[in-house]
Design a protein around this ligand. Structure first.
Ligand code: SOE
Length: 381
């Protein structure tokens, strides 16, 4: 396939900077997409680190000034992999400069800010995508296909958890590289924006809009040292959040996230119960989809564990990888994301989830935090 080059400027060389860079390194090896991504520039706070990252991942240049990336005439796509409080400023400037944008999740600190970002990309008519990568784990995509085929029938329940345990110690600081997620000024919220946003994005993709929520949050450790100021400061994020919700289709939702579930490192699970069938998925076993079909013969009826690696069986994305039976993992969900983005670009179609779709997720997050504060049901508006 004839491929056009697509020049990338990536801002942020932390954990997400690595997942996105890795995806660029692999996408053209495994997917016949009409564009070949070229790693033009990496931007990060410390020049020496940016230089080392550029050398390791194959970027042609590095900088510590994100405006340089946004303003460079030879850059087509800007990827935003920095803390949440800088997403809006960079995205709006990039849209004004006519760049395509892929932004890490959550889109913004809150929906008012996300709204401005949506206006900017829509006014500039630039392709845009928010990196809710779990949609593109083949088993999660297969769940969407099964739901859309009507195999579950009417949906009654959607439940999801995202459990971690890395902030239990009071010695974990807030602010700075790696721990900015604990600083409300940088993150906007705690587990609601960081982890539940993933669950909400997937849930609304699978099961349609969420209309109202009833939430509770807790901050277990009230003060932590701030790496930026060197002072012990109040913690402004939610350490844990549980909420119930209604979906527009009449089903009930039940969501929980915490960074205080000792023993769980990144346990994202989801379960959907329909009139005819149920589905269950677990990030720790991400290539499997559990499926129960009530119409199976009674003697054999039970939960089946589908190893989602068989493209002969129609398993999404798997024809691009190895032979049936051999699994892929977390990193590949980012490869699928960029492959889908490039494919949509060639077709002149938006790639999902767009900034506008991520705004809907942000509105649910805002309603969750508002409900927890008010101690009552809140409509998602
Ligand atoms: C937090 O620990 C985190 O890295 C999130 O920020 C990611 O979005 C999630 O995929 C894994 O956990």
């Amino acid at each position: 396939m004839a491929q056009k080059p697509l020049n990338v400027g990536l801002i942020g060389y932390g954990f997400m900077g690595r997942t996105h860079s890795n995806a660029h390194r692999l996408v053209n090896q495994f997917f016949d997409v009409p564009y070949r991504t070229v790693l033009k520039s990496i931007c990060g706070l410390v020049a020496e680190e940016a230089k080392a990252f550029a050398a390791k991942w194959g970027y042609e240049s590095y900088t510590t000034n994100w405006r340089e990336v946004v303003e460079r005439k030879d850059i087509d796509l800007v990827e935003i992999c920095v803390p949440n409080n800088v997403h809006a400023e960079i995205a709006i400037a990039a849209a004004k400069a006519g760049k395509m944008i892929i932004c890490e999740k959550p889109l913004a600190l809150n929906s008012a800010q996300a709204e401005k970002m949506v206006q900017a990309v829509e006014k500039a008519k630039v392709p845009n995508l928010v990196s809710f990568n779990y949609r593109r784990v083949p088993a999660v995509t297969l769940a969407k296909i099964l739901i859309d085929e009507g195999r579950l029938g009417k949906i009654f329940h959607y439940r999801a958890n995202f459990l971690q345990d890395w902030t239990i110690s009071a010695d974990v600081p807030q602010g700075g590289m790696g721990t900015w997620r604990l600083d409300v000024k940088a993150a906007g919220s705690g587990v609601t924006g960081d982890l539940l946003a993933h669950c909400i994005d997937t849930a609304m993709w699978h099961n349609g809009p969420i209309t109202r929520v009833n939430a509770m949050t807790e901050t277990f450790i009230k003060e932590r040292k701030n790496v930026e100021t060197g002072k012990v400061e109040p913690v402004g994020i939610d350490d844990a959040c549980t909420f119930f919700c209604s979906f527009e289709n009449g089903s009930m939702g039940n969501f929980e996230s915490t960074r205080y579930a000792r023993g769980h490192k990144a346990l994202y699970t989801l379960e959907i119960n329909g009139e005819k069938a149920s589905i269950r998925w677990d990030l720790h076993d991400l290539h499997r989809l559990q499926y129960f079909d009530h119409k199976d013969d009674g003697k054999l009826r039970g939960w089946r564990s589908i190893h989602v690696t068989d493209h002969g069986g129609g398993h999404p994305y798997m024809s691009h990888w190895w032979v049936p039976g051999l699994a892929i993992g977390y990193a590949e969900s980012f490869v699928h994301q960029i492959a889908d983005f490039l494919d949509s670009l060639a077709k002149g179609k938006p790639a999902s989830p767009t900034f506008r779709e991520a705004l809907a997720t942000q509105k649910v997050c805002d309603a969750v935090l508002k409900s927890a504060k008010a101690g009552k049901w809140v409509d998602v508006k």
